[in-house]
Design a protein around this ligand. Structure first.
Ligand SMILES: [Zn+2]
Length: 367
């Protein structure tokens, strides 16, 4: 009887491994990108990973950590309310339990302020500001005379990488990660006239140079780099515009960066076909939807189709799909467990739920 039971367990485990690998073949990356929870919501978020994400076959979790961590080498960067190393270890453990790849994200280069508030990096190191003459607004207004959307750090400031690499190293260590998401999306201030180091330099070269600097640091730590794809897309030629594409001349950087940078190609209002652009340039790419469940399903099916047609070398680069959630983990949990039936029908949480359903259906098909 015992032998029979062991045989049954072996057969069951064998079957489930086969099913998992069949799903991995169909769609290798099934991810969620969201802000890291604050300590008060940590246990609920861990339960969400355990009870919801893992059973929906998600295998990648990108957490926007930013200043929500007890940095030791740069304690001045910590938010008041932040995760400790012990907190992060709990996230590491639950992700290990379910073979979910846990990837810390910290916004580098761009996203160093809102229109009204500095991020902690420029607050503590104002000398890194690419546009020190641009003052923050008292109200969140755009367009505004200075064209301020958000600030960038100067990638050629001689001290900026000492700080940035400390942040990366501490996050890689705490999250026990061998991948790092460096953000680098929506960089609007780059190569500005008021920066003595960057003035007049090709913006594509400046962007690519910063990718290469971070990539080299990560490579030395045997870690892989991820970035958002928008600065590498010609916003005019592709019709993706100034957000999902680049209208500030950075797009030629696509030919100036290492091919093993993993691209998170985000498109929210229509299922743009730009993953083909990245794959044809030699990059692994995941499509990243946001809040429109029907677009999410189209993007999912497009990636699955891309993996089935054309040259094998291209097919393999269409890695999968990563749902983006731009509000807090706390809001995600609230909306997930207590949905408002009269609320909006297009939210990141509803898109995530739809994606989870679709992936469960895919998994059942390959079982
Ligand atoms: Zn500069």
């Amino acid at each position: 009887m015992k032998k029979l039971l062991i045989t049954a367990i072996v057969v069951f485990v064998g079957l489930s491994v086969t099913a998992q690998s069949a799903l991995d073949t169909l769609l290798p990356v099934r991810g969620l990108a969201v802000a890291a929870p604050r300590p008060a919501a940590l246990d609920d978020f861990i339960s969400f990973i355990d009870k919801e994400l893992a059973p929906a076959h998600f295998n990648m979790l990108i957490l926007r950590v930013e200043y929500n961590f007890a940095y030791e080498r740069r304690p001045e960067l910590r938010d008041t309310d932040h995760l400790t190393k012990t907190d992060v270890k709990k996230l590491v453990n639950i992700c290990k339990k379910h073979n979910i790849q846990l990837i810390p994200l910290f916004d580098l280069l761009g996203h160093q302020s809102s229109r009204t508030r500095l991020g902690n990096l420029l607050r503590e190191y104002p000398e890194f500001d690419e546009t020190p003459k641009v003052e923050l607004l008292t109200e969140n207004i755009y367009p505004n005379p200075q064209g301020l959307i958000m600030k960038s750090y100067c990638p050629r400031h001689p001290q900026v990488h000492e700080v940035v690499f400390d942040i990366i190293d501490e996050l890689l260590d705490a999250f026990e990660a061998d991948w790092f998401h460096a953000g680098m999306d929506e960089v609007f201030y780059i190569g500005e006239e008021q920066c003595p180091r960057c003035k007049g330099v090709d913006k594509a070269e400046l962007f690519a140079e910063e990718v290469r600097n971070i990539h080299t640091h990560l490579k030395n730590r045997n870690s892989r780099m991820m970035i958002w794809g928008d600065r590498l897309i010609d916003g005019r030629m592709t019709g993706t515009g100034m957000w999902e594409g680049s209208m500030n001349s950075t797009h030629r950087a696509i030919d100036m960066i290492p091919k093993d940078v993993f691209i998170c190609d985000w498109h929210y209002d229509q299922a743009d076909l730009t993953p083909v652009l990245f794959a044809a340039k030699g990059f692994d790419v995941a499509i990243c939807p946001w809040r429109k469940p029907d677009i999410t399903v189209t993007e999912l099916n497009t990636m699955i189709q891309f993996r089935k047609q054309g040259a094998l070398v291209m097919r393999q680069r269409f890695a999968g799909i990563i749902q983006t959630v731009w509000h807090s983990a706390e809001q995600l949990l609230r909306e997930y467990y207590n949905p408002n039936p009269d609320g909006p029908k297009e939210t990141a949480t509803l898109s995530l739920k739809k994606l989870m359903e679709e992936i469960k259906i895919l998994a059942e098909k390959v079982l």
